[in-house]
Design a protein around this ligand. Structure first.
Ligand code: PMP
Length: 372
């Protein structure tokens, strides 16, 4: 990377340059009020539940009025940092627990990242079309959103990025496999993006378990501004629990911990997510079946004459003339609900369908064929 690439549009204060090398200085990216913030503390942040008589948090010592079928004390507050879940996840991912942050779904982590780094007069950047929550979270926080279009293969175009990014851009959101297009983003490009952008690069990997894989987890140490987002909502089948997580540097984890609600992760969800991690056999069987079913679905949709976008996720995007009437007719005649993106920019006439169980996929394809 040459020096001119490193200056230009980017917030200069966030890096120091030494002999052409770029050193990442996290603190300079963090909002001033967050740096100054005195975080909420509770006695439970210092003492574990098991350690003694719990007279610190005004809980009900008699118990809870419902008894879950698990060994959990629902009358007690959860571990503020979900340490036990982090340990299991750390073993599963082969990543140190200090690099993990557990959130109430990855949606919570998206919101927290914006609140740590982006001040009201600053902005995020999204590569569109993509997952809608980045913009919604930014809108809720009252920060700006810059949109950089993906190219015609739905890949990041770095020269276009250079045109769109500004000195106020603090976080760039990438999604791979991308929702709703389904494709993986090129990882060399993401690495180059991390090196040339002086803010935070979030790579949302909610669907990564259905893909041919990612090598960026292994490169986290050399990419200090990279935040990977993952979730238990998709491949693990636990959308109802609301457990997602970030894998990133311990310094970024510390900032997320500083601003999160004291007990964001509830005991039941943390316990069940940890249990799920032990059921890897089923996890792998489901992944395999979903991938096979996705391929079959892509093939059938092509045979029907649709343009099908190759997917590495658990859904398929396809283009149909008169997409909205197809989506409506599927609901009206067969009670099959799919997602209509046909009015969205770059997704004219596109529909997204989730890959479900084999019999239901067949039902969808039969209903669709009948309509044609
Ligand atoms: N990222 C992407 C790309 C998603 O599609 C979704 C859910 N649709 C999420 C994040 C949010 O997932 P979670 O259930 O973990 O909040």
């Amino acid at each position: 990377m040459n020096v001119s690439e490193m200056s230009g549009n980017f917030p200069v204060s966030s890096h120091e340059m030494t002999s052409g090398k770029c050193h990442f200085v996290l603190d300079s990216l963090v909002r001033e009020n967050i740096k100054r913030l005195a975080p909420y503390t509770s006695a439970r942040h210092q003492h574990k539940k098991e350690e003694g008589l719990l007279f610190d948090a005004n809980e009900n010592a008699f118990g809870s009025l419902v008894t879950p079928p698990f060994p959990l004390d629902l009358n007690r507050y959860p571990d503020p940092y979900a340490v036990s879940l982090k340990k299991s996840l750390s073993a599963f991912l082969k990543v140190k627990p200090e690099k993990l942050f557990i959130g109430v779904g990855s949606d919570e982590v998206i919101d927290l990242l914006i609140r740590v780094f982006v001040a009201p007069d600053e902005e995020i950047l999204t590569f569109d079309p993509t997952y809608g929550m980045y913009r919604v979270s930014a809108d809720i926080s009252g920060v700006g959103v810059r949109s950089c279009p993906l190219d015609d293969r739905f890949q990041i175009d770095l020269s276009r990025f250079d045109q769109e990014v500004s000195a106020k851009t603090k976080i760039v959101f990438c999604c791979s496999p991308n929702n709703p297009t389904g494709n993986l983003l090129d990882e060399n490009t993401i690495e180059r993006l991390c090196k040339r952008f002086r803010g935070i690069v979030v790579l949302d990997q909610a669907y990564v378990e259905f893909s041919s894989g990612s090598s960026l987890l292994k490169k986290l140490d050399s990419l200090p501004n990279l935040v990977l987002l993952r979730t238990f909502s998709k491949a693990w089948g636990l959308a109802g629990l609301r457990v997602g997580y970030a894998i990133t540097s311990p310094e970024i984890v510390a900032y997320l911990n500083k601003i999160k609600a004291p007990y964001n992760m509830n005991v039941i969800s943390a316990y069940l997510a940890e249990k799920a991690l032990k059921n890897q056999k089923k996890f792998n069987q489901w992944r395999k079946t979903i991938i096979e079913e996705r391929k079959a679905m892509e093939k059938s949709l092509k045979q029907f004459g649709f343009k099908v976008f190759p997917s590495e996720a658990n859904f398929v995007l396809f283009e149909a003339t008169d997409a909205s009437s197809i989506a409506k007719a599927l609901v009206d005649r067969s009670k099959i609900i799919i997602r209509d993106f046909s009015k969205k920019l770059r997704l004219t006439n596109c529909l997204r369908v989730t890959v479900g169980k084999p019999a239901d996929n067949k039902r969808f394809l039969t209903a669709l064929r009948r309509l044609l």
